[in-house]
Design a protein around this ligand. Structure first.
Ligand code: FE2
Ligand code: FE2
Length: 133
């Protein structure tokens, strides 16, 4: 699996959100290393729980900033977040093998995170900047 790397082209220029995106990618990369690296499996449940809870926390903080800034297309953005959270909840509600769940979560996030930031978060950046976020 490809590493989760936050690259500068993903920056919005909104400090609080950029910082969370960096930490979000770090949480996902940390999980990927444990899953991929071999021998790190013992740390998977904790790293998986952290990556999922960080995703939810980030969405909630970002939505609050976007609401305050009256970002256009907010409803569509919230739908994107909600769909992803629902998918994560479905995956983590499975009982049993944390390693298999972590694999599926990483597969889901691999395409999603980069695409979402590049398209949807970036579209909100001008309104956030104008509001002084
Ligand atoms: Fe975001
Ligand atoms: Fe977002």
């Amino acid at each position: 699996m490809e590493p989760f790397r936050f690259t500068t082209d993903l920056r919005l220029g909104i400090q609080a959100i950029d910082r969370q995106h960096v930490e979000w990618f770090q949480a996902l990369e940390n999980l990927r290393k444990l899953v991929d690296g071999g021998g790190g499996e013992a740390g998977v449940p904790k790293a998986l729980a952290f990556a999922v809870s960080y995703t939810q926390r980030h969405f909630s903080d970002e939505e609050a900033a976007m609401r305050a800034a009256k970002c256009p297309d907010l409803e569509r953005h919230l739908t994107e977040h909600t769909k992803l959270v629902n998918q994560l909840c479905d995956l983590t509600a499975q009982h049993g093998d944390d390693l298999a769940v972590a694999h599926q979560v990483l597969d889901l996030m691999a395409g999603w995170a980069r695409e979402h930031i590049a398209v949807h978060d970036k579209a909100a950046a001008p309104a956030l900047a104008k509001a002084g976020s």
